[in-house]
Design a protein around this ligand. Structure first.
Ligand SMILES: [Zn+2]
Length: 245
């Protein structure tokens, strides 16, 4: 179900157990070869495929395209909420859903910069409703919602940025939006001092804006990645939301 298609009486009729998914993405630079709307296009496709399989078992809100992208703001075209504003927005959307009586909420994420804020938003919301014992507040990022892809043709072992994986998926969905990739040299995904976390802005890691190996992208890899990630998201929703509490 899509919230944007429904009137309020129909929403009111839904059982409070109805899981509600809030898709959260971004609008930010994706290298010289990919559109700034990449994360929103990809998460939107995962949502579209997931909704087709789950239909009226799950309620989807519209995708929130404004994300936490301050680390990309020095690249033209990037739009971002400040981190604190973003956390507040996520808390307030989830809080609205609690006000309407829903109690199972998943922030389904499609952008690396949203991972920490989405967890923090739900952490804070949970503390503010500590008298409740019936809440299930989740966040998950679509490419980490299940096991990693086992496709042996992939060069990368994990998601980068405007990388082999994202470029492959956009090549499959919207090939006319992808520029030349063959001349793009790989840029390492390794982080110095790992597993310690070093705070970074994009220029610390990449001059052209991508991280990973976009030249290795193909549309066929992208189709397989989308199939795999969608299956993971569907399995997560079935596991989480079918478990009676
Ligand atoms: Zn991206």
């Amino acid at each position: 179900m899509h919230l944007y298609e429904m009137n309020w009486p129909r929403v009111k009729e839904l059982t409070p157990d109805t899981p509600v998914v809030v898709p959260i993405a971004a609008l930010e630079q994706h290298g010289p070869h990919m559109p700034v709307f990449t994360d929103s296009l990809l998460l939107g496709e995962v949502v579209r495929r997931t909704e087709e399989q789950l239909r009226d078992r799950v309620l989807f809100t519209p995708l929130m395209w404004l994300g936490n992208s301050e680390h990309h703001i020095d690249f033209a075209g990037t739009l971002t909420a400040s981190p604190r504003t973003y956390i507040t927005m996520l808390k307030e959307i989830a809080g609205n859903l609690l006000t309407h009586g829903f109690r199972r909420i998943l922030l389904l994420n499609g952008h690396g910069g949203n991972i920490v804020p989405s967890q923090q938003a739900l952490f804070e919301l949970r503390q503010e409703h500590r008298d409740r014992d019936d809440l299930q507040l989740f966040s998950a990022t679509y490419w980490e919602a299940g096991p990693p892809p086992s496709d042996s043709t992939l060069v990368q072992s994990r998601m980068g940025h405007a990388c082999e994986w994202e470029t492959s998926m956009i090549l499959h969905l919207h090939p006319h939006l992808v520029g030349e990739i063959k001349q793009l040299e790989p840029i390492t995904q390794e982080m110095p001092f790992a597993p310690a976390h070093l705070a970074w802005i994009t220029q610390d890691r990449s001059t052209p804006g991508y991280i990973g190996d976009p030249a290795a992208a193909t549309a066929a890899k992208g189709e397989r990645l989308l199939d795999h990630f969608t299956a993971n998201v569907v399995a997560l929703l079935e596991k989480v939301f079918d478990r009676a509490r």
